[in-house]
Design a protein around this ligand. Structure first.
Ligand SMILES: Cc1cc2nc3c(=O)[nH]c(=O)nc-3n(C[C@H](O)[C@H](O)[C@H](O)COP(=O)(O)O)c2cc1C
Ligand SMILES: [Mn+2]
Length: 477
């Protein structure tokens, strides 16, 4: 049975020991960010819990973070499976199920119209204290629709809190919602939008994943869940939102309403400059009684952003290379230290010598600027083990033949290594990048491996205690 709402999902996380309550009172304007950062940088991913801040100074609404991308185990739990089952579960999104419209839903238990609506009642933290201009919503699921086809889109685009009824979006040029804004601008109108916080977890996972334009993420979520997402009509805009959502902020992106947004501490680990970006004007806020607010931790990797992006993108790459390019892919790893964007390793069961280069071309043909550095290895190499990848690079690769550099490719977003022009950072629409692809597969038969026979190793392992070998304790106790 799919999760009905965020609350049901949080209970499951709690039961599995994957959610930890912070009961100490915290200040959202500096402390939440520092606690999250400390948790992500000191607790290895496999042991890292999602966090629920129960008491926030000056606020009544609790905040959850890391509940979708705190770790790969948490991500799998959101999909009601284990890590090995994620790929199969995700594939179900290819058979979308249209959302079911219902008359009422808990997301409208409390209604605040017009001047009553106060965006600042939500406990949006300040993330990069001293450098971000103020609090930011990092986990909004933003719903808008194509004015011609009326097909809705859901995407996560961060939002700067600019006042009780005003926000500032950051929507990259290639994002789907940009097309809605462009089409409406051409007709001289603004764009209705609904910002949803806290839903059944599958919706959040589809909101951050790059589905092609025209795909409705709520329908994809329905396909993955195996049951339609229930939606209700918004009260002030022509949109539908998940009925069991915790909080819905309805509003409008005004016609030609651009304003300075940012700078913001970005996924790559550096401050991004920000820019002139679309405004958001709040018309109404609806929420459940005792709502729960959700945030994502971004900034320097490892972060929730790097974990969630890695899983979602690895699956999209694998699907594309397999289904569209016919490459026998074994596994795909986008490293978290590269923000799950720049550094990519793909293993293949190579059938002919053209496939490594084709795998590179296949990845770079995707419209998401992934894989500035891409390494292709054989299927005996574990792409998640840097030691094995370095071994393959060291002894299955000849630099002059196997390193391929391509210029004038699409850029990695927010990559500060792109040199400035006339002393200023190059604006996103003008950015280009070069890419390097390294073929670290074997090109001809190799000598046998220099290790003891497998049966000897197994015999010794079975009798390990007999040898009395103890590990050194670094504490010396
Ligand atoms: C934590 C996190 C934060 C994100 N913030 C932004 C953002 O501020 N602006 C943006 O354009 N994309 C952002 N993204 C990426 C988009 O959510 C992602 O590309 C998604 O596919 C967009 O939806 P769309 O494909 O329907 O446009 C973020 C992703 C994550 C995981
Ligand atoms: Mn989309």
């Amino acid at each position: 049975m799919p999760y009905h709402d965020l609350r049901e999902y949080l209970q499951v996380l709690e039961k599995k020991g994957l959610l930890c309550h912070v009961t100490a009172e915290v200040d959202k304007d500096w402390e939440i960010s520092a606690v999250c950062r400390q948790a992500f940088r000191t607790i290895p991913q496999a042991r890292r819990p999602a966090l629920m801040f129960d008491r926030i100074k000056g606020h009544t609404i609790p905040l959850v973070v890391g509940i979708l991308g705190g770790s790969r185990e948490i991500y799998a739990t959101a999909l009601e499976t284990d890590q090995a089952g994620v790929w199969e579960k995700w594939q179900r999104g290819k058979n979308p199920i249209t959302p079911r419209l219902v008359n009422s839903g808990p997301c409208q238990e409390v209604v605040q119209m017009g001047d009553e609506a106060n965006f600042e009642m939500l406990p949006a933290p300040v993330w990069t204290v001293g450098q971000d201009p103020g609090p930011y919503h990092t986990s909004p699921f933003v719903i808008s629709r194509d004015p011609e086809t009326r097909i809705p889109n859901v995407g996560t685009y961060r939002l700067q809190v600019k006042g009780p009824r005003k926000g500032g979006f950051m929507i990259n040029p290639q994002r789907n919602m940009r097309q809605h804004l462009r089409k409406n601008e051409a007709r001289g109108c603004g764009t209705d939008a609904a910002i949803v916080f806290g839903t059944d977890p599958v919706i959040g996972l589809t909101s951050v994943s790059p589905f092609p334009y025209g795909a409705d993420e709520l329908a994809a979520a329905g396909g993955i869940r195996g049951e339609p997402v229930e939606v209700v009509k918004c009260l002030t805009v022509d949109l539908e939102v998940p009925a069991t959502a915790e909080i819905v902020v309805e509003g409008r992106v005004p016609f030609q309403g651009l304003e300075k947004e940012g700078p913001f501490g970005e996924y790559a680990g550096y401050m991004g400059a920000g820019g002139n970006n679309p405004l958001f004007e709040v018309t109404c806020i609806t929420h459940r009684r005792n709502p729960i607010y959700q945030a994502f931790l971004s900034q320097m990797p490892p972060s929730e952003s790097s974990c969630i992006k890695a899983f979602g993108r690895e699956m999209e790459i694998r699907r594309h290379l397999k289904n569209n390019c016919g490459i026998p892919v074994e596994d795909v790893c986008l490293t978290e230290s590269s923000g799950a964007t720049a550094y990519l390793i793909v293993s293949i069961k190579k059938q002919n010598r053209f496939q490594p280069l084709k795998a590179m071309m296949g990845v770079w043909s995707l419209n998401i600027g992934i894989g500035k550095i891409m390494i292709v290895v054989d299927d005996d190499i574990d792409v998640r083990d840097p030691w094995q990848v370095e071994w393959a690079l060291s002894f299955r690769m000849q630099p002059a033949e196997d390193i391929h550099i391509f210029r004038n490719m699409d850029p990695t977003t927010l990559d500060p290594s792109q040199p400035p022009k006339d002393g200023k950072p190059v604006p996103p629409p003008e950015q280009v990048s070069s890419k390097v692809g390294i073929d670290a597969t074997r090109k001809f038969p190799y000598p046998p491996l220099a290790v003891p026979p497998k049966e000897h190793l197994e015999r010794v392992a079975a009798n390990w205690a007999h040898y009395g070998i103890r590990e050194v304790n670094p504490q010396g106790s």
